[in-house]
Design a protein around this ligand. Structure first.
Ligand code: K2U
Ligand code: ZN
Length: 159
């Protein structure tokens, strides 16, 4: 049974915390896999293109990135959802791009946010494998937005 979880709203303390890393012994655990499933179901139910664990009241460094074409980014790539555990941005392009963002935790608000156009991200998969991957454009924007959530930062603090 995959749960659709309640999404924390702007002003709730959990969104302002620095989320804790997932430790090696937690990989493969029932709780981590259940969390990823519930985050994914919740993101889909809310038509999100990403979600971070703190948004469902879990202050741990887990995000999902799932770009798809949408009204604001019609040429965004359609990508399979990626679950990133302990994600870290290892490189950022100097060049930044302004783009409109929204947030499942900040309803009815949209704002222009400057983000690095190209980033390199290192993260662990649910299986515990380490991955280094480059993102650009809208997917790069989503990754930066979600990692901000892990550091207690909402996009409205960057507009
Ligand atoms: O983290 C979230 O609250 C999910 C956001 C992700 C997002 C990141 C960057 C730019 C836009 C959104 C939700 O997907 S907000 C809904 C949405 C979907 C597509 C485009 C804009 C807003
Ligand atoms: Zn958000």
């Amino acid at each position: 049974m995959t749960e659709i979880l309640k999404v924390a709203q702007k002003g709730e303390a959990v969104l302002a915390l620095h989320a804790a890393e997932v430790s090696m012994q937690e990989f493969g655990s029932t709780w981590l896999n259940a969390l990823a499933d519930a985050m994914h179901a919740t993101m889909l139910a809310r038509n999100g293109v990403g979600i971070a664990a703190p948004q469902v009241y879990v202050s741990r460094r887990v995000i999902i990135v799932a770009s798809r074409p949408n009204i604001r980014y019609p040429d965004a790539p359609e990508m399979d959802a990626i679950v990133m555990i302990n994600p870290e941005i290892t490189q950022r392009s100097d060049r930044q791009v302004l783009g409109e963002e929204g947030c499942l935790s900040v309803p009815n608000e949209r704002g222009q946010v400057a983000r690095a156009e190209v980033i390199r991200v290192s993260y662990q998969t649910l299986a515990g494998d380490s991955v280094e991957q480059e993102f650009s454009g809208f997917p790069a924007r989503i990754v930066q937005h979600e990692i901000d959530h892990l550091d207690g930062i909402l996009f409205v603090e960057r507009t």
